[in-house]
Design a protein around this ligand. Structure first.
Ligand code: CA
Length: 227
């Protein structure tokens, strides 16, 4: 049984989540504040955490940092905040994904299932010898991409971007993180670089670059590789 830690201080939402999750055979552990969440995340070793960012005792981002200090458990943020900075802060702190309130239970459950499935996937490129999709295969050790019969040539920058995205399939990687890792701190605001390089990658890897199937943009937030 998949155990989900629900961190939320709104009793009505907790009730609704509990009913829906239990109906789908999830085991639910509840925490109404950040301190309890940190304690239960350690004591009950959940398979996933649903986390509200606005908690009575601390910012949910602090909970993410606290949990990430010792665990890779998938964290799905329930955000009532509409500014993308808040969501990016949560992602940069180590959250795996977010849903914006109000959300539909179906959407939440789909994200939750995706997050727990990804958990089984290795978290570092070192652990993945390669990735095969219907359109292309990536051999990380040989640093080689093959599409159909031919090898695709990637520049070092394109490689670096692609590696960061495929390291955690399905995981949303923030613009800031990609810019920091590929270009360095001085370029953390240069989102136009990402647009240019992602467009190049799509031209090389996607059957229909203007409607990408694998290299997905989350507007204003970042990118994800959808295997
Ligand atoms: Ca709240």
């Amino acid at each position: 049984m998949t155990r989900v830690l629900v961190v939320e201080d709104d009793p009505q939402l907790v009730r609704a989540l509990k009913i829906n999750l239990q109906a789908r055979k999830f085991e639910v552990v509840e925490a109404g504040d950040g301190a309890t969440a940190l304690r239960l995340a350690a004591a009950r070793t959940p398979d996933a955490i649903l986390l509200d960012l606005g908690l009575p005792d601390m910012d949910g981002v602090e909970v993410i940092r606290g949990v990430r200090g010792r665990s890779h458990v998938p964290i799905l943020v329930l955000s009532a905040r509409h500014t993308s900075e808040e969501k990016i802060r949560a992602l940069d702190a180590g959250a795996d994904d977010y849903v914006t309130k109000p959300f539909s239970m179906d959407e939440l459950l789909a994200r939750l299932r995706a997050a727990t499935r990804r958990r089984e996937a290795p978290a570092s490129p070192a652990g993945i010898p390669g990735i095969a999709t219907d359109e292309f295969t990536i051999d990380l050790a040989a640093r080689k991409v093959v599409r159909g019969e031919r090898t695709v040539r990637l520049t070092p920058t394109e490689w670096h971007l692609l590696e960061l995205l495929i390291a955690r399939p399905g995981h949303l990687v923030s613009q800031r993180r990609l810019l920091l890792e590929v270009w360095g701190p001085a370029y953390s605001e240069h989102t136009n670089y990402l647009r240019v390089y992602m467009a190049q990658l799509r031209r090389k890897l996607e059957a229909n670059p203007s409607h990408p199937r694998y290299l997905i943009t989350e507007p204003g937030m970042g990118y994800r590789f959808e295997p």
